[in-house]
Design a protein around this ligand. Structure first.
Ligand code: OXD
Ligand code: MN
Length: 596
């Protein structure tokens, strides 16, 4: 019996089942009994491995196939009616052509398998932010992960009623053929199709596919924003709470910032940090004229390598129970997990992420993928509710008011430790020129522009996305202030100057002081910079006022070089780049030249 009479849901389900031809159809009701039964089935088939239940209660390990370990940007498409609507930064395919092509791949792909029907909500069911989705999948791994990452259950069907307002997601592992792997989005039709992958970022359709690509499209249509941002709460010693959101490209420590532990001097004074979200923020204008944010997810799909007691104890504790690990290393003596950067004690007897016996002596930093115990992109899927620093505001249906939006990148020299934009429009420009330099693994020093950390996640034309940011600025009577940070400046020897991690709070506190109008700043060609003495360095070893001055210096020549790179990037984005962004770029260039 179907748990809903919604004809939009049932007609679509019948159509997809007629195409994929599963042997059975099972509705996921969100109950612990059903999850336990599916877990049992996945254990029996070897799809997941049970870990040491004393040390890691409720934890399991899954391994994907060797060539299915990350998101595949080259095989990710935005299928709008016109190529122009998808823009130059996205891959585009004609929707009809794409449907025809993928229909061939989907035809009969679930024969001999069960199709699971997962009703889920992004954000709290019934909240003003909530959007509903249904994912059809032939993967128990997907069901178990979705159950952690989103709010799954029949209450979603009740909330949906007989509305057609839901996102239709179809996923099949099919044959896991990398050559025929596709992650495609039909934003005009509320539809996502994913095939031939079983890696989280490609198959947990509520996350990047819905909560960013489709939601960014919906946000533009409906007047809100879907952003690749963490949400962090700061509690002051007097009990005041402030919230910031922050967007960083991959590998810039986003999860670490979201869960940071305040340095001892701040802890003693009574400062507290709470996490509302680690990856995605949905933002709406509240009735008070401020911008309000929710984390639409219900769990964390975090990168395991590098997570340790020092870098992110909160993340580590979060994934010590009820967690699915993917592609990490298995310690066969203890039946526990390990990854590079967890500690200095690699297991003596181990199975690596490929499922092979592994000797840690063979590890070669230059060839991590082939020699590491855990894949560099190995993951933990963990419940937000297990996070020791989860904010009570995580449960707030109306979200939190945002004081500051922080953009960031990984720049060796160009960007200073922190600067403030001069207006919402200028802040949008600052977001549009966000960039990271590739480090050891890639070509050294190559700049990849990653506007608002959304390069792979905007479900429409990047130029129109910037225009939407500008329009939103006009609709927010009391907008957050916009900042840019860079934790990654290096000295002549290539060593990071700023300690990062918990000490990043020192910068966040300056940002919030600016928002409260409590601290002055110097105006420079790129925006407002702190006076060095206003970044608190109490209790920070090895950092002097001069170090801070150096971290805050603006290298005009380097910036002028960057301006040329930005011009190239804008040309690549194409003719939807708003004139206001070109005006900002020209004004920046003029200010830099005048300062030279
Ligand atoms: C992620 C990403 O997995 O941004 O969160 O790639
Ligand atoms: Mn992300």
């Amino acid at each position: 019996m179907n748990p809903t009479n919604n004809q939009h849901v049932l007609n679509w389900l019948n159509e997809m089942a007629a195409m994929t031809k599963p042997d059975n159809i099972v509705w996921i009701d969100g109950s612990e009994e059903q999850v336990a039964a599916l877990r049992k089935e996945a254990l029996a088939s070897g799809e997941i491995i049970q870990l040491n239940q004393e040390k890691l209660p409720g934890c399991y390990l899954h391994r994907t196939t060797w060539d299915d370990v990350a998101r595949v940007e080259g095989r990710t498409f935005i299928c709008t009616k016109t190529k122009e609507d998808a823009g130059n930064i996205n891959n585009w395919m004609d929707p009809a052509e794409c449907r025809a092509k993928l229909t061939k791949l989907y035809t009969g792909c679930m024969k001999g398998r069960t199709m699971y029907v997962i009703p889920y909500s992004m954000s709290i069911v019934g909240s003003p932010f909530a959007k509903y989705g249904i994912e059809l999948t032939d993967s128990i791994y997907v069901v178990l992960n979705m159950e952690i990452m989103t709010r799954v259950g029949f209450n979603v069907l009740e909330a949906l009623g007989d509305s057609s307002d839901f996102i239709k997601g179809l996923h099949s592992k099919a044959t896991l053929d990398a050559e025929n792997r596709y992650i495609v989005h039909f934003p005009e039709d509320d539809t996502i199709w994913s095939i031939n992958s079983n890696y989280g970022g490609n198959v947990l359709l509520g996350k990047k596919c819905f909560a960013l690509r489709i939601a960014s499209y919906l946000g533009r249509k409906e007047g809100w924003m879907a952003e690749h941002m963490l949400i962090l709460g700061v509690t002051y010693p007097d009990g005041t709470k402030k919230y910031v959101t922050a967007a960083f490209p991959s590998a810039c420590g986003k999860t670490n910032l979201a869960m940071l532990i305040p340095p001892e001097v701040f802890q003693k004074q009574g400062y507290k940090i709470e996490t509302v979200g680690d990856d995605i923020a949905w933002l709406r204008v509240g009735s008070d004229g401020r911008l309000w944010a929710v984390n639409p997810e219900n769990g964390f799909f975090g990168v395991a390598p590098g997570t340790n007691e020092k870098s992110n104890p909160n993340a580590l504790h979060t994934c010590m129970k009820d967690t699915i690990f993917t592609n990490v290393c298995l310690n066969t003596d203890t039946n526990t997990v390990w990854w590079e950067g967890l500690d200095n004690n690699p297991p003596v007897h181990a199975i690596n992420w490929k499922g092979q016996p592994w000797d840690y002596h063979t590890y070669d930093k230059a060839d991590k993928v082939n020699t590491s115990g855990a894949h560099p992109n190995s993951r933990f899927t963990a419940k937000a509710t297990n996070c020791p620093c989860l904010s009570p505001a995580f449960y707030e249906p109306n979200g939190v008011p945002v004081d500051a939006i922080i953009f960031g990148g990984r720049r060796a020299r160009t960007a200073p430790l922190v600067y403030q934009s001069t207006s919402w429009q200028n802040g949008t420009f600052v977001g549009s020129i966000m960039a990271s330099e590739t480090t050891a693994a890639g070509a050294v020093g190559v700049v990849r522009r990653d506007p608002m950390a959304m390069r792979p996640f905007v479900g429409y034309n990047m130029g129109d996305y910037w225009a939407h940011w500008l329009e939103m600025g006009l609709k927010i009577p009391h907008p957050p202030k916009i900042f840019h940070v860079n934790w990654f400046r290096t000295d002549d020897k290539g060593n990071f100057i700023w300690p990062g991690f918990g000490d990043n709070l020192r910068v966040v506190l300056w940002i919030l002081a600016r928002c409260a109008g409590k601290v002055d700043a110097d105006i420079t060609p790129i925006g407002y910079l702190p006076k060095a003495e206003d970044i608190c360095i109490d209790g920070l070893e090895g950092i002097t006022l001069d170090t801070v001055r150096d971290l805050l210096s603006v290298d005009t020549a380097a910036w002028l070089e960057d301006v040329e790179n930005i011009k190239e990037f804008y040309a690549q984005v194409g003719d939807h780049v708003p004139q206001a962004m070109y005006d900002e770029l020209a004004a920046l260039e003029a200010r830099l030249k005048a300062a030279r």
